[in-house]
Design a binder for this molecule. Structure first.
Ligand SMILES: [Fe+2]
Ligand SMILES: [Fe+2]
Length: 267
């Protein structure tokens, strides 16, 4: 079918890292650890699919803000990457013994904030910072830790491919800010407004990304399969914000380190 072959060609053209063709051998591991990994990858399928909605909506906002063709095209590419990630995660779930997660339908549409009280330019800037500098940078730190632990060759391939993409996604926000630097420098009121937004964004992201730890006796096989406990996410988030994201945002005239320290849900 032509749509399928078009998609295969597109997916191959977007691939950043080679796969060495390793296959998963479940018998090498404790079945309980494999079952836990299966849950991680089926959940991840849903999250990646949801990210496709987020980046598709972000692409519309970036276009509406009058961003460059390059910035708009890369945002569209990120949406495409997420759809490929969802499909790859579904493949991994099957390799780990799960029934194939259904795509589409793995997860409902995810919303993106519309920020109706600010300009279209600031709306796009806010959501670019939230989705890439904050969320994707945390995903990069999470996947890096997962790859550091993973010994299984099949799963290392499965982690490396999205990690290569998420690294671009995480950097995108800083590149986007750079392309709006002159515009921002000329508008101290927008920088002040973005800084106020950051206090809220850092608090929301911390709540979204921090999860309760799983209650199980962790084994060496969980490490070999690249497991990162949900209970580790809060610390991963805080380290990434404190040491990478907030200092990085300071370069654009945003008082991001103070915003991070004083993060709050209060308006
Ligand atoms: Fe992704
Ligand atoms: Fe991503």
């Amino acid at each position: 079918m032509q749509l399928a072959s078009e998609y295969r060609a597109l997916r191959a053209s977007l691939q950043r890292v080679e796969d060495d063709g390793a296959v998963f051998a479940a018998e090498a591991y404790d079945p309980a650890a494999v079952a836990r990994a299966r849950t991680v990858w089926t959940t991840r399928t849903q999250n990646e699919y949801r990210s496709t909605f987020v980046f598709s909506a972000l692409a519309s906002q970036v276009l509406a803000a009058g961003a460059s063709v390059e910035a708009s095209a890369v945002t569209l590419r990120m949406a495409q990457d997420e759809l490929v990630h969802a499909e790859r995660c579904a493949d991994v779930s099957v390799a780990l013994g799960a029934p194939r997660p259904v795509l589409p339908g793995a997860a409902g549409p995810a919303g993106i904030a519309t920020h109706t009280k600010v300009s279209r330019e600031e709306c796009a800037l806010r959501n670019v910072v939230y989705t890439t500098c904050i969320t994707e940078m945390t995903a990069v730190a999470y996947l890096t830790l997962s790859l550091e632990r993973a010994r299984d060759r099949y799963l290392r391939n499965a982690i490396r491919a999205p990690l290569a993409d998420e690294t671009l996604h995480g950097r995108f926000g800083f590149l986007y800010l750079e392309s709006w630097d002159a515009w921002l420098r000329a508008r101290p009121e927008v920088r002040a407004s973005l800084t106020r937004y950051l206090r809220f964004a850092f608090a929301v992201a911390e709540r979204e990304l921090s999860q309760a730890p799983k209650a199980f006796a962790r084994t060496a096989d969980d490490d070999a399969l690249g497991d990162v406990d949900p209970g580790e996410m809060g610390e991963i988030y805080r380290n990434t914000m404190e040491h990478a994201v907030a200092p990085g945002l300071e370069r654009f005239g945003l008082d991001a380190e103070a915003a991070y320290r004083t993060r709050t849900f209060a308006p």
